[in-house]
Design a protein around this ligand. Structure first.
Ligand SMILES: Nc1ncnc2c1ncn2[C@@H]1O[C@H](COP(=O)(O)OP(=O)(O)OP(=O)(O)O)[C@@H](O)[C@H]1O
Ligand SMILES: [Mg+2]
Length: 227
């Protein structure tokens, strides 16, 4: 099993009858382990829907979805949330950090949820924050940090548990060009060092050079390589 992701004929329909919205119309996708694949396409084409299905936060209407060797349709909610927590790292456009927690507390959270003892979680969170260049900001709150720094904390939070698959939805959309490059450099280096697979949804052609492969999605279908 060399594929991190294996998707066949996946459809997603929101709603029913006359108001049915066909967000995905039959997607086939195979992502080898260790690949950094970028997914691009117009607004409303189904990128976030596909990423959410791969991230097991949304169930497909039809089709086969295998993520890291698991047939996700066969897992119940409890198994899915354990799988998400242990094997997937999520990064969003907004950093989604918890405002009342320090950088270190934000990053240790997924480890605590997995049952890692507090002291070990603290140490690993600090180490991961150093890895993203924020060793001096362990106790800082999100409001006291720049957009780029907040997104680097979000990367540390997504990668601290060493997930084999990282899913990112427009991770640079709210950043200036320089911060966007820094964030993508870190994400690329970390996934390369650890052999993790990364699927990145983005419109931002300034970061396309960080990808191994780029595919486009249009109107719920894979439209082929975009560049
Ligand atoms: N929960 C939902 N209920 C109904 N329709 C939805 C829902 N989520 C998404 N859609 C619709 O499905 C289509 C695909 O949405 P999706 O969010 O995947 O697009 P996207 O490619 O991520 O767009 P963007 O680049 O704007 O983020 C859109 O037409 C959207 O309106
Ligand atoms: Mg989207």
């Amino acid at each position: 099993m060399d594929s991190a992701i294996h998707v066949r004929a996946v459809t997603k329909v929101f709603g029913e009858g006359a108001s049915a919205m066909h967000a995905l119309r039959g997607v086939d996708l195979e992502v080898p382990k260790g690949e950094r694949l970028f997914l691009t396409g117009p607004s409303g084409s189904g990128k976030t829907t596909l990423l959410s299905i791969l991230g097991c936060v949304l169930r497909p209407t039809d089709g086969a979805v295998e993520v890291l060797g698991h047939d996700v349709r066969s897992l119940d909610e409890r198994a899915l949330s354990a799988f998400r927590l242990g094997s997937l790292g999520f990064i969003f456009q907004g950093h989604n950090l918890i405002a009342s927690l320090s950088a270190r507390e934000n990053v240790r959270l997924p480890l605590l949820l997995q049952g890692v003892p507090v002291e070990e979680a603290e140490a690993r969170a600090a180490e991961e924050l150093r890895r993203v260049g924020l060793g001096a900001k362990l106790e800082a709150r999100p409001r006291d940090l720049s957009g780029g720094q907040k997104q680097r904390i979000a990367i540390a939070r997504a990668t601290v548990g060493r997930p084999p698959l990282i899913l990112a939805d427009e991770p640079t959309a709210s950043l200036d060009a320089k911060s966007g490059q820094e964030v993508m450099e870190l994400l690329t280096e970390i996934s390369r060092e650890r052999g993790s697979t990364a699927l990145v949804v983005t419109h931002d052609n300034r970061i396309f050079h960080f990808s191994d492969r780029i595919i486009a999605i249009e109107d719920g279908r894979i439209a082929g390589r975009s560049s």
